[in-house]
Design a protein around this ligand. Sequence first.
Ligand code: GLU
Length: 293
Amino acid sequence: MITRFAPSLTGYLHLGHVLHMLYVWGVAKSGGGKVICRIEDHDLSRRRPEYETTILENMEWLGFVPDLGMSASGAAEASEFRQSDCGECYERMLGLLSEQGLVYGCECSRKQIQKERSGADGELCYSGTCSAKGLPLIGNTVRLRVPVGEVVFRDLRLGECRQHPKQQCGDFSLRDRTGQWTYQFACVCDDIRQGVDLVIRGEDILASTARQIQLFQMLGHSAPDYFHHPLICDDRGDKLSKRQRSESISQLRDAGISAEEILGRAAYAGGLASDSASLSLSAALILVADRLR
Ligand code: GLU
């Protein structure tokens, strides 16, 4: 079993990430699996490279040591586990789709698409205006010809899930007009080349799953298994407050709070523990493993 922890470089680690890491390491270790750490900084315009070392250091300070991929000590070197270093690979995989006529260039602006229609959850849904125009891929948004139809998959926690990408988001983009790779595409390319066979991530990303499964299939691969975990809640079962959400692990660490206290807080806020008492990492991981039984 190979799974991954894939932080973006758009913010520092917070309690939600700690709960996420508990699930990733907890599920992987209870099944004898390995954890890859990769940095998801595919969008060069949004990433903040200076976050990388802090994220990796805090991850390791909490005790989460990946089996493969990025680590605090290797942060300075180019790596196949950092998306901003992997443009050529994404280019190659885009070529595979392009050869089969599965992508097209699109010149529509966001405003135009907004006017057209939005998908089920208020998400922008592209109707395919440019799909037959034969526009070049370079200099235009590159869109996938999303197959029509429902995708049914079994989430290891949620059971059977049904999604309909063509209706939810339509022909979603793989690269924007300025050449930035999108999350959906970079993530699937990486999961393929890194041999990921179990994706563990928060429920907030559930809606991406069917479109990623379609991408796997169009690239000639079977999709991994999925486990979407619950998100962190406050004492009343509500989502974490803005203040708590924005409190980074670095800030808590600077305030003298120990790794065990942070693990305890994350386990409690995620509903894994009945109180917020300090926890060793191994004790916290057992709480996750217990959930799987
Ligand atoms: N980079 C994404 C995030 O930080 C992870 C998405 C995934 O696990 O597929 O939310």
